[in-house]
Structures are given as structure tokens and as C-alpha cells.
Design a protein around this ligand. Structure first.
Ligand code: KIV
Length: 291
């Protein structure tokens, strides 16, 4: 592990519950949420941290890429999730194009997520030129979570979603990026779709919490996309997803049974219907008759 810089020390302290979990060796559980009900479910399930991911682009807004969601769209969803989360950190994902152009733009966007949506931290993808963005956002007093490995915002075609770090060069790059992000003050890291051994090496080389998705069990915690976990989506899911429910099938079945009941005259029944006093109804009928 490299000697911590001043920024790194500040970063490690920025999300204290996650830092404490890493220190104790308690796995950190992060789940995405995108609105009030999903945030309430995440909180009730006892997760440690909620991420309003730009995966909302795909799973909520129906875009084909995370690159398509705008800041304004994600802010609406993040504000809704904020209303459902209390007492655990809420992390906002900075959308594609909203932080890369300059440090000033990155800080301005991050501030919107804090001021307009009540985020406790923001997340951004990549290192390299993004190290300066991290430094600037951290200097503005906003905790940042870094994201290395597979970077969905850098993928422009559906077949571009591939595991990263499977050769030595790439693996070393991912580890070096994680170390550099810590040095710039990141409070935690997400590592996506890399071999477990690479994620473990990265985790051992930084002192901030490392949360994996498709990165094996050697990290300090796990994150999954709400809709993947609960089986709400359609089509292909990544190898690293485990469905804990077939939510879509359950919901579709309920909607179909209701539609069948309406068509068959089984809904609504008396218990779904408001009454009117007979004398009031008599008066209505009588007055209508007079018109
Ligand atoms: O946008 C998102 O949901 C994410 C997670 C997959 C980490 O970035």
C-alpha cells in the first residue's frame, strides 16, 4: 500500500460508515435505486448505501446506453430516491458529458447533485484526465466515489460490455488507476467486471473501501443494479448478476389477472365502490328527471 497523501486521508474519512465497514471487515452492501419506491425498498432491506446510477438510462428510461441520460433527467430520479432514503449515504452518478470537459464543469455538476438532490457523494468513471476532476470536486468539499474496470460510459456499442483487466497490462492499469484515484481523495471505489484476483490486488493496495460488481469476493463489498437483482428487466443480463426474484413475471402476472377480471366483470366488486345515501341518490334522480 502506498503512503497516503493529504487528499487520500480526507477521502477515506468522507464516507465514515463505509470506511468503518472496511476496517471491521464487514461486507458493504450497495444497491442502486432510481425513485421513491425503489429507494424505500433498498432502505427497508438494510443496504448500507444507495447509488442512483446512470444505469437508470437503460433500466428506467429505456435508452440503449448510459451515455444518453442527461443531468436533468438523472436529477429528477435522484431527488425522488432522496425522499426515500434516510440515515444512509445516497450517491449520485455524474452522467456522461457532465464532468469530463473541465474541472469547473465537473464541480458545477457535482454541486447540483448535492444542492438540488441532496446527495452525500457523487460517482464518476475513469482515471487519467479524470484525476483532476476528482481533485477539484473533493476540494469543493464533495465526497467522490471512483469507478474503474469496465466503464459503461466509454462503451458505445452493446457488444462493448466486456470484462476488463484480463491481461497483465490492463490489470496493472486498473490497479494503478484505483491507487491514483485514492491519492486524489476518492472516498471509495467501484470496480466493475474484472477478474476476482485483480480486484483483490487492487483492494489490498488501497485503504478506501472497494465495492465490486462482477469483481469477485475479494473486495470490501458488492453493488448490483436494482432491476437486475429483482428480475425487473428484459433480455440479456451480465454474467455477474444473480436474480433474487422474478419481479417482472410477478408484476406482469398481476396486471394480466386484473385486466382479465375487468373484462370478465369480476372487478370492481362492492368493496371497491363508494356508496351514496339513498335519499341523496333519490334527489339526484329526481332533479335529473326535472331537467
Ligand atoms: O450506473 C450504475 O448503476 C453503476 C453501477 C453498476 C455501479 O455504475
Amino acid at each position: 500500500m502506498s503512503a497516503p497523501t493529504r487528499n487520500a486521508a480526507a477521502g477515506a474519512a468522507a464516507l465514515p460508515t463505509l470506511a468503518a465497514a472496511r476496517a471491521k471487515g464487514t461486507p458493504i452492501v450497495m444497491l442502486t435505486a432510481y425513485d421513491y419506491p425503489t429507494a424505500r425498498i433498498a432502505q427497508a432491506a438494510g443496504v448500507d448505501v444507495v447509488l442512483v446510477g446512470d444505469s437508470a438510462a437503460n433500466v428506467v428510461l429505456g435508452y440503449s446506453s448510459t451515455r444518453e441520460i442527461s443531468v436533468d433527467e438523472l436529477l429528477v430520479l435522484t431527488r425522488a430516491a432522496r425522499r426515500g432514503v434516510d440515515g444512509i449515504p445516497l450517491v449520485g452518478d455524474l452522467p456522461f458529458g457532465s464532468y469530463e470537459p473541465s474541472d469547473e464543469i465537473a464541480v458545477a455538476t457535482a454541486r447540483r447533485f448535492v444542492d438540488e438532490a441532496g446527495c452525500d457523494a457523487v460517482k464518476l468513471e475513469g482515471a487519467g484526465a479524470m484525476l483532476s476532476r476528482v481533485r477539484a470536486i473533493v476540494a469543493a468539499g464533495i465526497p467522490v466515489i471512483g469507478h474503474v474496470g469496465l466503464l459503461p460510459q466509454s462503451v458505445s456499442t452493446p457488444d462493448g460490455y466486456r470484462a476488463q483487466g484480463r491481461d497483465a497490462e490492463q490489470a496493472l492499469r486498473i490497479i494503478a488507476d484505483g491507487v491514483a484515484l485514492e491519492a486524489e481523495g476518492c472516498a471509495a471505489l467501484i470496480v466493475e467486471a474484472v477478474p476476482a484476483a485483480v480486484a483483490s490486488l487492487l483492494t489490498a493496495r488501497v485503504s478506501i473501501p472497494v465495492i465490486g460488481i462482477g469483481a469477485g469476493d475479494g473486495t470490501n463489498g458488492q453493488v448490483l443494479v436494482f432491476h437486475d437483482l429483482l428480475g425487473l428487466g428484459e433480455g440479456h443480463v451480465a454474467k455477474f448478476v444473480e436474480r433474487y426474484a422474478e419481479g417482472r413475471a410477478v408484476l406482469e402476472d398481476a396486471a394480466r389477472r386484473w385486466a382479465d377480471d375487468v373484462r370478465a366483470g369480476r372487478f370492481p366488486r362492492d368493496e371497491h365502490t363508494y356508496a351514496i345515501a339513498p335519499e341523496a341518490l333519490a334527489e339526484v334522480t329526481e332533479r335529473l328527471g326535472r331537467e
